[in-house]
Design a protein around this ligand. Sequence first.
Ligand SMILES: [Zn+2]
Length: 268
Amino acid sequence: MPNVLLRSVLGLAVLWTVFAGGLPAASAGSCAGGADALFQVSTIDALLAGVYDGAMSLEALTRHGDFGLGTFDALDGEMVVLDGVVYQVRVDGSVQVMPGAATTPLACVTCFSQDASLHLDTVAGFEDLCRQITAGLPGLNRFYAVRISGSFSGVTTRSVPRQVKPYPPLAEAAKQQAVFELGAAQGTVVGFYSPAYVQKIGVPGYHLHFLDAAKARGGHLLDISGKNLTVSLDALDGFVLTLPDTPAFQQVNLSGDRSAELTRVEKK
Ligand SMILES: [Zn+2]
């Protein structure tokens, strides 16, 4: 039987539902009975180092979640996983549904099941969105899936071009990124909050992608604004990391500190 915990944050009521009797019923499809954990392929530092070889098929990936983000073999665009469908936002701005046989060098998915929702009156930008969501979290040491569906007054995204071998580091590849000023858009923000201790493995803080309602535009989210937004949150109770069985991953040097590079490629 669920206990309901009522918190008040910045004058907003935040409803957290605590499932005392185990996990809530999962959604249909690949997530039926699925675990409420973040499942990740490879590490962010490997991607930063230029390890872009696909390490897992999308068919296998979506067995671990119906919601998430990532990229594709050869860094071919931005991935959005929404309701079990894997979308590719290419550097030319086009969006397509990807086949299950396509592969990913880095992706994060979970079986999304809402634990809480936050109402935000006004969001003035990406940092403001992050600050307000953080204020509504019960703590910063667990992972949260973040889903925001609605009408936004301004959205800016980017995508990256497919690379050729020998692969350059991500900071080099990202110089060829295309930035999309989508303006007012309806759609869904898809992503995760990760704790600071995930550094080198994942993206500490918020990593968000966007897909518009027509499934025609999207990408890695750089900026966003809007009014009367509802943020759905799924508190995750685990983190599962799968390591690529590829020569590129086996041999790359992952000993350095790439946090400055990460900030440069993730932000506007
Ligand atoms: Zn991204």
